[in-house]
Design a protein around this ligand. Sequence first.
Ligand code: KG4
Ligand code: ZN
Length: 351
Amino acid sequence: MIVLGLESSCDETAAAVVTADGKILSNVVLSQVEEHAPFGGVVPEIAARAHVTQMDRLVSQAMSEAGINYSDLSGVAATAGPGLIGGVLVGLMTAKAISAVADIPLMGVNHLEGHALTVRMTDGISFPYLLLLVSGGHSQILVVEGVGKFRRLGTTIDDAVGEAFDKTAKMLGLGFPGGPAVEKAANKGDPKRFDLPRPMKGRPGCDFSFSGLKTAVRTALEKLGGTVTDQDKFDLAASFQLAATDALINRMKQALKIYKSDYPEGSNIVVAGGVAANQCLRAALDKLADDNGYKLVVPPPKLCTDNGAMIAWAGLERLRLGLTDDLDMAARARWPLDPNAEPAPFAGHKA
Ligand code: KG4
Ligand code: ZN
């Protein structure tokens, strides 16, 4: 089986071809970073227009790099949500057209399921596993029980952690996208210099909060007064990164209690989404897993940030189970993985 996967829910236009044994035949990702950089964040209208302009070309490139024809495809998958609706529509409509013309099944994939199932493509791990999903739009802890079967243990009650990285980078003038810039600066800084809060630490449950940490970075910056040196920025980036990591680890400790008692057969902890590329977070999770007798599984950095291969793979998993979609499938701006979980009070689309 071979599936083409399209991704266009945020600021990456991506197309990839993946086989049922997890081989990535092509994986083309076009970042719109430069288009959004002057605004310090993703502008939905600019994103949608860029997806429209690039998607056809990227699909052709992914197909030719894979060295296959449309008649070789077993199905076509696209992100059908959640995300910026204009962009989601571009990928989903393209996939519908390919499905109709090539007469192959369509799979509308939940973007978060794409992130969640990537480790099954890269490492072949089995269900269930405990997943920390951390990206620019989402911070969640879930138990992945199966394809389309998720139990949400915790979510952010305000900002996503990737958003906090991006805003910290903006305040420190480190550029966009913020995560990699903060990490690079943090590597040259002292994480103990600024005493920043660890939001939600010690509270019951597994929910996160990051807006207070963001405000604390701003306050620390203001206290430094007019002259902020590069070293000040490095130290503040390092202190922020450590505080965010500590906060995430504390919430994961809570989640581990539930995972241990309710899923004794589970042996893996997984981290996915753009922020999973962060080495400080990875090291802390590795230690947490080790201390508790679990194995930490992390996709390679290129597959942590948005890409088409994760959508193709999630599509393959669905196709294998006969979970295909009709051509009238609607794009969705909001699409929680666990429909039984209560939306978090102030999280908006991030719940
Ligand atoms: O999963 P993703 O590519 O897109 C969304 O679905 O949101 O995640 C992007 C997020 C951005 O907020 C970016 O700053 C963050 O992931 N990110 C990182 C790193 N690389 C990307 N955050 C911290 N450290 C990194 N190395
Ligand atoms: Zn993502």
